[in-house]
Write a protein that binds this ligand. Structure first.
Ligand SMILES: C[S@@+](CC[C@H](N)C(=O)[O-])C[C@H]1O[C@@H](n2cnc3c(N)ncnc32)[C@H](O)[C@@H]1O
Length: 300
């Protein structure tokens, strides 16, 4: 068989991916996007015209074929690549840990803004941190801040640690535990910002999720088992008063459809100045509230 060019390998892969019944084909060009992204990953660079016309070498050919075979079986692209870009950071991804989403960049941005308004020592805690995207972006962009990421999954906490180490972010610390159990007690009353991108899918909605999410994301990263998807947020809002400094902020990332209920949850927990902001795509809301500046709680 004659040696094929990069373009010809991509075209063959597009045909295979397009035929796959294990993928939700939400865009008719998905096969091409995926094949090009995988080829670019194999070659370690952008696909230029000159590159596309070259014959693909044997090692790259094998690697590309293996990646395409995984994609055809339904595996999401970031899991195949093993890394994901988040606010300029290249984050490692592993099985059993939720793949970060670009939509969470807004949560990180809001946390960074809040921290930069703060004089003196800055402490941020990212609850349900997963691979640590939000915690790591905050630690990277506010180097003076002490940043903690906590997650019930030991795999997630380990991945956060490994990502921090790889990125040289000595101000980012990761611990495994339920909600805030793993945080050092000395942080009580000192935290400036809590962030959380919780598992907010309703149990009854799980079967409606795209297969790539349902089959490849850990269940604990999708749902907390509560009736309204806000069980973890409710628990955090209740505990926030003991951990945030007066005037400290809680930032919650949820789907737009949960925005109002999340705001009501924060108010019911006695947080004040409850408001929200949205991302450019309009799919995510970051709902925020803060503890009163004096110690007296405001009734919900
Ligand atoms: C939607 S994922 C978000 C992960 C990460 N923040 C991100 O944006 O990529 C939700 C995370 O919540 C974690 N989680 C679920 N229940 C938890 C609990 N009780 N305490 C701490 N983390 C929890 C899961 O392990 C998962 O990593």
């Amino acid at each position: 068989m004659p040696a094929l060019t990069v373009t010809e390998h991509i075209d063959n892969a597009v045909r295979k991916i397009d035929r796959s019944t294990a993928i939700d084909h939400w865009d008719r060009n998905l096969g091409r996007y995926d094949a090009e992204e995988l080829m670019s990953e194999v070659l370690g660079r952008k696909l230029t015209k000159g590159l596309l016309d070259r014959v693909l070498d044997g090692t790259s050919k094998k690697r590309f074929a293996a990646m395409v075979a995984r994609r055809v079986k339904g595996e999401p692209i970031p899991r195949i690549k093993g890394h994901y870009p988040f606010r300029g950071l290249d984050l490692l991804i592993r099985d059993n840990v939720f793949v970060p989403r670009a939509s969470s960049e807004l949560l990180a941005k809001e946390a960074i803004k809040a921290l930069r308004r703060q004089r003196g020592s800055q402490v941020a805690v990212d609850v349900a941190t997963g691979a640590g995207p939000v915690a790591l972006a905050v630690a990277n962009e506010v180097r003076t801040a002490d940043v903690w990421g906590v997650d019930i999954s030991t795999d997630a906490a380990q991945l956060g640690k490994d990502n921090a180490h790889r990125l040289g972010l000595g101000n980012a610390h990761f611990r495994a535990g339920d909600l805030l159990d793993a945080l050092p007690r000395r942080l009580r009353g000192t935290i400036d910002v809590f962030t959380i991108h919780p598992p907010y899918v309703l149990g009854s909605d799980l079967k409606e999720l795209p297969r790539e999410i349902r089959e490849f994301e850990p269940l604990v990263s999708l749902t907390d088992g509560s009736d309204d998807g806000l069980g973890l947020v409710r628990r955090l809002a209740a505990e926030a008063h003991d951990w945030l400094r007066p005037g400290g902020v809680l930032l919650v990332e949820v789907g737009t459809y949960l925005s109002r209920r999340t705001q009501a949850t924060l108010r019911a927990a006695g947080l004040v100045d409850v408001t929200w902001t949205k991302d450019e795509l309009g799919v995510t809301r970051v709902v925020s509230g803060r503890t009163p500046r004096s110690n007296a709680r405001t009734a919900g």
